[in-house]
Design a binder for this molecule. Structure first.
Ligand code: CP
Length: 316
């Protein structure tokens, strides 16, 4: 890949700030970066001399590993700061932490934090690009971008594709970012789950609201299951996990109500046997591991753009 459009944004705080053209450009660029991951030698010198700091104040497997690997495959120096292993646990504020990291002149800081708005708080205080890797229940823009890429690849388009997102919409930054991204790209998005977990406000984001999964399943091209987030108190919004699973869990019997060509997504981590049955998670229509593979390519594209590659330098 050698040519690209200039990228003028300093930070990636949420999907809300991105236009349809910008999202499409990111998805196109992801396809180009994915090719690097298929090579025997999966490393290019594109970001040599650049520094990426992964500041993860909440646990993560997929997002943190893929940002680290993305930086390394582009030859950036990558530093990881884990939950519990920074001076945040000694009482230092997030803003002070950010200012101290800035003093070491990184190019990109990737932040995951339990508080909504955390990335937006530090972005104006530092010169480094801030990439939001999930902030509380607000947004998870890189997840939504990799999901949009995965859907576009599987369905051949996003325009007019019907996607049902099932589960804890209320607490889900993944749902919020996906509704914004997919509707901006022309998809029909249905937010589905128990009334306590699907607030009427989803309609102001562009989704329709549905409480009966079995009613909408036959019309869907894609069904995306969300995890029951016990750490955000979801358990208090449903009678029991067993009840939830009966009404909203994706098992083989329920999936018979979907068309045979319906794709299954889940951002991970999964609670097997709760929102998704192993037979579906590991079945032929599951794109769960494809999402992870695409996430690496998407994060390579983002690091390339936000570390300065979108300002006239060339990629691999
Ligand atoms: N989907 C996602 O964000 O997974 P991690 O929490 O493992 O990063």
């Amino acid at each position: 890949m050698t040519e690209h459009h200039p990228w003028r944004r300093k930070d990636l705080l949420g999907i809300a700030e991105l236009s349809r053209d910008e999202i499409t450009a990111l998805l196109d660029m992801t396809a180009a970066f994915r090719e690097i991951n298929q090579r025997t030698v999966k490393k290019v010198p594109t970001l040599r001399g650049k520094t990426v700091i992964n500041l993860f104040v909440e646990p993560s497997t997929r997002t943190r590993t893929s940002f680290e690997l993305a930086g390394k495959r582009l030859s950036a120096d990558v530093i990881n700061i884990s939950p519990g292993a920074s001076s945040l646990v000694k009482g230092e504020s997030l803003l002070d932490t950010a200012r101290n990291l800035q003093a070491m002149n990184p190019d990109v800081v990737v932040l995951r934090h339990p508080a909504s708005g955390a990335a937006a708080t530090i972005a104006p205080a530092v010169d480094a690009a801030i990439i939001n890797a999930g902030d509380g229940a607000h947004e998870h823009p890189t997840q939504a971008l990799l999901d949009a890429f995965t859907i576009r690849e599987a369905c051949g388009r996003i325009e007019d594709v019907t996607v049902v997102i099932v589960g804890d919409i209320l607490h889900s930054r993944v749902a919020r970012s996906n509704i914004l991204a997919l509707t901006r790209l022309g998809a029909h998005v249905i937010a589905c789950g128990p009334a306590t977990l699907v607030p009427p406000e989803v309609e102001s984001l562009g989704a329709s609201r549905e409480l009966d999964l079995d009613r909408v399943l036959p019309e869907c091209d894609v069904v995306m299951a969300l995890r029951i987030q016990r750490e955000r108190g979801t358990g208090g919004f449903i009678p029991s996990l067993r009840e939830y699973s009966k009404l909203y869990g994706l098992g083989p019997a329920r999936m018979k109500k979907a068309r045979p060509d319906t794709w299954v997504l889940h951002p991970g981590p999964t609670n097997r046997g709760v929102e998704i049955d192993p037979a579906v998670a590991d079945g032929p229509r599951s794109l769960i591991l494809q999402q992870v593979a695409n996430g690496l390519a998407l994060r390579m594209a983002l690091l390339y753009l936000y570390a300065g590659g979108g300002h006239g330098e060339t990629a691999a």
